[in-house]
Ligand binder design. Structure first.
Ligand code: SAM
Ligand code: DTB
Ligand code: SF4
Length: 327
């Protein structure tokens, strides 16, 4: 017998309970996928995927101790640290990303928080990328409200700042900034009128309850993030997370489906971890309601499938690239 789909909440709501989210995760796979597809199709063209290209504009030497990250100065990963890139070099990369079909350009810096002087340069980058007709995103660590306003004035479309995991598991992953610090930055970004990009990482040895907790934390924010990146941990030698047991791919797909159902109008991004993922698992993620990817051969410091490989997969699946909102 097929379970009837009751209460197909296609209108976003921020009062999801842990019990409701837990019940979604526990559904038979086919029921969960059907519901996720139904919600997805209520708001999106199910055959279109948004593409963001990442660039690390300031790499390594970060004072934070995130247990998964190649860029923390506390982790001996052999990564070479470098200074903030020059604006022209960043714009050259953005032009190449646009030519390859990316609609958004995301610039990441390994900072705890940006200094005001650095922000001047980042604002120039944002203005330059925006002038190319691309959507802009940056991820620079914690932000004050005035810093968020400056980025907004420069034309920033999205700010990425992840909750990373559940409030309960968080202390096992990071000790140098609190969950509340993250929520405060998200408030400043939202307050400045910038779109919020906020998600997390799975496969860090967390329990199923922690994946429920992460989705619950995201889906009960005062407003849903416009973009929700779900990263599969990229294991990096020299980090405390290097040896965690990889997540069952079907549990990854379930996480995407539950994100889609609980945040019906948000873009759900199938984020880090695609290099290690089969085409079939990725196809299931798109069926589960993922409609965004990182596109281009690098994430920040690790490899991602080359653009041609993704275009070939999209052709096999009949997926087209979403144009830039500023195109
Ligand atoms: N330093 C800034 C910060 O953490 O706020 C911005 C850059 S940071 C690298 C952005 C996000 O990338 C992290 O919050 C985390 O969710 C994700 N990330 C970093 N390393 C990862 C890894 N090895 N696997 C999966 N996701 C990762
Ligand atoms: C996000 O959620 N994932 C991206 C982006 N936001 C900045 C970063 C993934 C990083 C993967 C590991 C690396 O390349 O260093
Ligand atoms: Fe620094 Fe960001 Fe890496 Fe944490 S995730 S160590 S804040 S670059």
């Amino acid at each position: 017998m097929n379970a009837p789909i009751r209460d197909l909440h296609t209108t976003p709501r921020s009062d999801w309970t842990r019990e409701e989210i837990s019940a979604l995760f526990a559904q038979p796979f086919a029921d969960l996928m059907f519901r996720a597809q139904s919600v997805h199709r209520a708001h999106f063209d199910a055959n279109q995927v948004q593409t963001s290209t990442l660039l690390s504009i300031k790499t390594g030497g970060c004072p934070e101790d995130c247990g998964y990250c190649s860029q923390s100065a506390k982790n001996e990963t052999g990564l070479k640290a470098s200074k903030l890139m020059e604006v022209e070099a960043v714009l050259a990369d953005a032009r190449a990303a646009k030519a390859a079909g990316a609609s958004r350009f995301c610039m990441g810096a390994a900072w705890r928080n940006p200094k005001d002087k650095d922000l001047d340069k980042v604002c120039e980058m944002v203005e330059g990328v925006r002038a190319l007709g691309m959507e802009t995103c940056v991820t620079l660590g914690m932000l004050t409200a005035p810093q968020a306003s400056r980025l907004k004035q420069a034309g920033l479309d999205y700010y990425n700042h992840n909750l990373d995991t559940s409030p309960e598991y968080y202390r096992h992953i990071i000790s140098t900034r609190t969950y509340q610090d993250r929520l405060d930055t998200l408030d400043h970004v939202r307050g400045a009128g910038i779109n919020v990009c906020c998600g997390g990482i799975v496969g860090m040895g967390e329990s199923a309850e922690d994946r429920i907790g992460l989705i619950h934390a995201l889906a009960t924010l005062p407003a849903h993030p416009e973009s929700v990146p779900i990263n599969a941990l990229v294991q990096i030698e020299g980090t405390p997370q290097a040896l965690s047991t990889p997540l069952d791919p079907l549990d990854f797909v379930r996480t995407i489906a539950v994100a889609r159902i609980t945040m019906p109008k948000s873009f759900v991004r199938l984020s880090a971890g695609r290099e290690e993922m089969s085409d079939e698992t990725q196809a299931l993620c798109f069926l589960a309601g993922a409609n965004s990817i990182f596109y281009g051969e690098r994430l920040l410091t690790t490899p991602n499938p080359v653009a041609g490989k993704d275009r070939a997969l999209f052709a096999r699946l009949g997926i087209s690239l979403m144009p830039s909102a500023h195109g």
